[in-house]
Design a protein around this ligand. Structure first.
Ligand code: ATP
Length: 239
C-alpha cells in the first residue's frame, strides 16, 4: 500500500499541494483526477522525491520514505513515469531500455525483461533499432511505460500517460497498466485530467482542485450523481 499523509508542496509563494492525504491499494489503480494546474504532477514528484515536500509523510507498505533521496525510493520499489516524454531521442528504442535497466542497478535477467516488453508492445520490437525521437507519441508512451516497469516495481506513479494520444492507443496503454497492476498485486497511482478517461481504468479516485482533495470515492461513486457536479465544477467539463 502507498500512503500519503498531509503532503504539502510549495514553489516559493505558490502552494501547489496543500495537505493531501491518500491511500493507493495493491492490485488497484488509483486515479488522481484534476484540471490543469490542480497539483497532480507536484504531488507525484513529491512522492518520488524529485520535488521536495514542505511537510508530510509517504509510506510504502508502512515504511516511511519521506526523507529518502529519489534513488533510495526507487530502490524501495517506487517508479515514476513523469509527464512529458522523457526518453533519449537520439538513442534507439533498445538503447533506451538498456539505459533504464542499468540505471536501477539491475537484478534479474535483462533478456527476459526485454522479451516481456516486446511481448507487451510488439511495435517496440519492430522499431527496436529506430531512434526514439522518430517514434509516434503513442509508441513513445509505450516506451516510457516499459522503461518505468522494466524492473517490475511494486509501486508505480504514472503522470498523464494518455496525454495527447488517440483513443485506440489510450485503450492499449490502459490495458497494459491494468494487467501490470493485477499481475503481482501492484500499486498504481495514475493522474489524469479527464475524469471519464480515468474512470475507464481506475478502481478508486481522488479529485484534486487547487492542491486539495475535494472528492474521493470508488469508480461508481465518482460516476454517480455527485460526480456530475464535480465534473463541471472541477474537471473542466470532463464527463
Ligand atoms: P498539469 O496537468 O498541467 O501537469 P498538474 O495538476 O499536474 O497540472 P502541477 O503541474 O503540479 O499541476 O501544478 C500545480 C501548481 O504549481 C500550478 O499553479 C503550477 O503553475 C505550479 N507549478 C508547478 N511546477 C512549478 C514550478 N517548477 N515552479 C513554480 N510553480 C510551479
Amino acid at each position: 500500500m502507498l500512503e500519503v499523509r498531509n503532503l504539502q508542496v510549495s514553489y516559493g509563494a505558490i502552494e501547489a499541494v496543500r495537505g493531501v492525504s491518500l491511500i493507493a491499494r495493491p492490485g488497484q489503480i488509483t486515479a488522481l483526477i484534476g484540471a490543469n494546474g490542480a497539483g497532480k504532477s507536484s504531488l507525484m514528484r513529491a512522492i518520488s522525491g524529485v520535488t521536495p515536500a514542505k511537510t508530510g509523510e509517504i509510506l510504502l507498505d508502512g515504511k516511511d520514505i519521506s526523507r529518502m533521496l529519489p534513488h533510495e525510493r526507487a530502490q524501495n520499489g517506487l517508479a515514476h513515469a513523469m509527464e512529458g516524454r522523457r526518453i533519449f531521442h537520439q538513442h534507439t528504442v533498445e538503447e533506451n531500455l538498456i539505459t533504464a535497466w542499468h540505471f536501477r542497478k539491475p537484478k534479474g535477467n535483462f533478456k527476459l525483461a526485454l522479451d516481456k516488453v516486446y511481448g507487451n508492445f510488439p511495435i517496440l520490437a519492430e522499431r527496436s533499432r529506430a531512434k526514439a525521437g522518430t517514434l509516434s507519441g503513442g509508441q513513445q508512451q509505450m516506451l516510457i511505460l516499459s522503461m518505468a516497469t522494466l524492473h517490475a516495481p511494486r509501486f508505480v506513479l504514472l503522470d498523464e500517460p494518455s496525454l495527447g494520444l488517440a483513443p485506440i492507443i489510450v485503450a492499449q496503454i490502459f490495458e497494459f497498466i491494468k494487467e501490470y497492476c493485477a499481475e503481482g498485486d501492484r500499486v498504481v497511482l495514475l493522474s489524469e485530467q479527464m475524469a471519464s478517461l480515468a474512470l475507464k481504468v481506475a478502481n478508486y479516485g481522488y479529485v484534486l482542485k487547487h492542491g486539495k482533495v475535494v472528492f474521493e470515492g470508488t469508480r461508481d461513486e465518482l460516476r454517480s450523481g455527485a460526480s456530475a457536479d464535480l465534473s463541471s465544477a472541477y474537471l473542466g467539463g470532463g464527463q
